[in-house]
Write a protein that binds this ligand. Structure first.
Ligand SMILES: O=C(O)CCC(=O)C(=O)O
Length: 254
């Protein structure tokens, strides 16, 4: 469970690194499951524009029970329940990979900007990203501006109407907006850790990532949890594998 210091740190900085979230045996099981899933294909699989390496696999729990077991993991549900003070469910899940020397970038963005178009009402969702490999400054860590989740919506412009999650993102921010955020909050900070660690981050924190310039592929298994009341129906929903409509409550029973 999280300490009150960790909870305050999350509220203040908009992210929290969790050391050794997965036990060694859990980690090995997940690593093997991901290897198996990476051999598969389907509409859930998005590839890098140039290298064709896997960039994102949506809803990986559909392909392997070990991933579904993580969604149902009591330790994880307990931690998320400490940060979301109401009933919550799994809104989105994905594996985000960055192959060594063959990956693209994620431009600066706030997730809520995109999820509002999926019907999310407030920026109250959060994402747990489990490090399936070591993540260091060489292999394309997520970069974040600590505290920027407090700002609200950052000014952005429409870049590519169809780019909801590929490299050429739908909305981009200007350099001066980024500079203003760094000036107002804190310097750009890489979210680093070892395989088996994790980071939880707010849906309103300004973040992005650069290419993998290192020798180790970077892999993050990401689960976004949303309060059950924090969603409405939209006219043209994205596919179920991208935005889930099954609002099965994941809180631990108290
Ligand atoms: O995988 C990454 O490096 C960043 C992904 C990201 O920003 C996102 O999924 O919102």
């Amino acid at each position: 469970m999280l300490s009150s210091k960790q909870i305050s740190e999350y509220r203040d900085r908009g992210y929290l690194i969790l050391k050794n979230l997965l036990e060694k045996d859990e980690f090995v099981k997940i690593e093997k499951a991901i290897e198996d899933i990476e051999e598969m294909d389907g509409p859930e699989f998005y590839r890098e524009k140039d290298s064709r390496k896997v960039r994102t696999i949506f809803a990986p729990e559909k392909f392997h029970d070990a991933i579904q077991e993580l969604v149902d993991n009591e330790k994880i549900r307990g931690i998320i329940g400490q940060l979301i003070n109401s009933e919550f469910y799994l809104f989105q899940s994905k594996l985000n990979s960055k192959a060594s020397l063959q990956s693209g970038v994620w431009s600066w963005h706030q997730d809520f900007k995109f999820w509002r178009e999926d019907g999310m009402l407030q920026p109250d969702a959060l994402t747990l990203a489990i490090f399936l490999t070591d993540v260091d400054i060489s292999n394309g860590p997520i970069l974040a501006i600590p505290g920027s989740q407090k700002y609200g919506e950052v000014e952005s412009f429409l870049n590519n109407p169809d780019g909801v999650h590929d490299e050429n993102l739908k909305y981009l921010i200007k350099q001066e907006t980024l500079a203003k955020m760094v000036d107002e909050f804190e310097p750009i900070t890489p979210l680093l850790g070892k395989a088996g660690d994790a980071v939880i981050f707010s849906s309103n924190i300004l973040h992005g990532s650069y290419q993998n310039m290192g020798i180790v592929d970077r892999k993050l298994l990401m689960f976004t949890f949303n309060p059950t009341h924090n969603i409405k129906e939209v006219e043209n929903p994205r596919p179920e594998y991208m935005v889930k409509t099954d609002k099965r409550v994941l809180n631990l029973q108290s």
